[in-house]
Write a new protein. Structure first.
Length: 327
């Protein structure tokens, strides 16, 4: 019996982060067929539980009530087939084409940080790799690589620089006779990219995410020195000292060096100290201390090193300044 599916034909007319994530998978592991009597979108992956979850997610997004996946045990492949002219034409209008592997170009999307993040994530999970480079001392360095055409690799690299604030990245040609290249990021650059791509706003490939974060959880991996932090975020050694004394920035001592996790350093941006609060309020440091005490602001830390919630302080500063303007 022929089963009719109800497709969401407007899905790619307004690109959301979820749609960008699916487009990333289409750009990497998908293909489209556009002929006179046949319009199909196909995504084929190796049979694994994680891949099944990804294809089920895509099927549920594009088709009300989901759609059957086809398993081919002989070739160890699982396949999702979407037969809808409107969806195929919309994907083509964004930049995809039949037999795209060695000629695909960047998508024609109105880009912002979140859309680029999810498109990049889909591409990385489809045609990318997360692995470790083992050093002589036993340390592990995270490496993220994504394969694509030269145009795609240059576009990814520019986007990562603009939206993720990660410079560098190495593009190498895989085969001299084809238009296949690989974009590679290592160490702290790769760690920042993971924080940028993986969050709770979209589906993700569990196996690759788990492999990446297993590496980050290693004791001797993903730790930054004071010089690393200064280079990446511009934070001074005095600021680091203040955050650590307040208990807001935990650190690990290895071989006589204080080493910090990148995630912990990012969290410090959520706090402000008395001297900065004084500048925000336009008063002296002593006056700022009295104001904070009078309004009983909650703080973190102890003694001279008390960190206050930045969002709450900014809101209070606006009210405080407007109050005195009115006077």
């Amino acid at each position: 019996m022929h089963v009719k599916y109800k497709y969401r034909e407007n899905y790619f007319k307004n690109i959301t982060p979820r749609a960008a994530y699916i487009l990333g998978w289409i750009w990497s592991d998908g293909c489209i067929i556009d002929s006179e009597n046949e319009y199909q979108l196909k995504i084929g992956l190796k049979i694994t539980e994680s891949n099944k979850k990804v294809l089920t997610f895509i099927a549920n997004e594009l088709c009300e009530g989901g759609k059957k996946l086809y398993e081919y045990e002989r070739s160890d492949m699982i396949l999702l087939i979407i037969c809808n002219k409107v969806i195929v034409k919309d994907i083509e209008s964004i930049g995809c084409m039949p037999r795209k592997s060695l000629i695909i170009k960047p998508p024609k999307l109105k880009m912002n940080s979140q859309i680029f993040s999810k498109f990049l994530l889909g591409c990385m999970e489809g045609d990318g790799c997360v692995d470790y480079l083992k050093g002589k001392s036993g340390s592990r360095t995270l490496r993220i690589s994504i394969a694509g055409t030269k145009d795609m690799c240059n576009w990814w690299k520019d986007g990562i620089t603009n939206w993720c604030s990660v410079k560098g990245g190495c593009i190498t040609k895989v085969n001299h006779s084809t238009n296949l290249y690989i974009l590679v990021y290592k160490s702290h650059q790769a760690e920042i990219m993971l924080d940028y791509m993986y969050d709770k706003t979209c589906c993700y490939h569990n196996e690759k995410r788990k492999k990446a974060y297993d590496c980050l959880n290693q004791r001797n991996f993903g730790l930054l020195t004071c010089k690393d932090i200064a280079r990446i975020s511009g934070m001074s050694s005095q600021a680091l000292y203040t955050y650590t004394r307040a208990g807001l920035l935990p650190y690990t001592k290895i071989d006589g060096k204080n080493l910090f996790k990148h995630v912990d350093v990012l969290n410090c941006a959520n706090y402000v100290f008395t001297s900065e609060i004084a500048r925000m309020l336009g008063v002296t440091r002593h006056s700022a201390q009295r104001i904070l005490k009078r309004y009983n602001f909650p703080y973190f830390g102890h003694g001279r090193y008390k960190g206050y919630d930045k969002v709450a302080i900014e809101s209070f500063a606006n009210i405080y300044k407007n109050k005195f303007k009115a006077l």
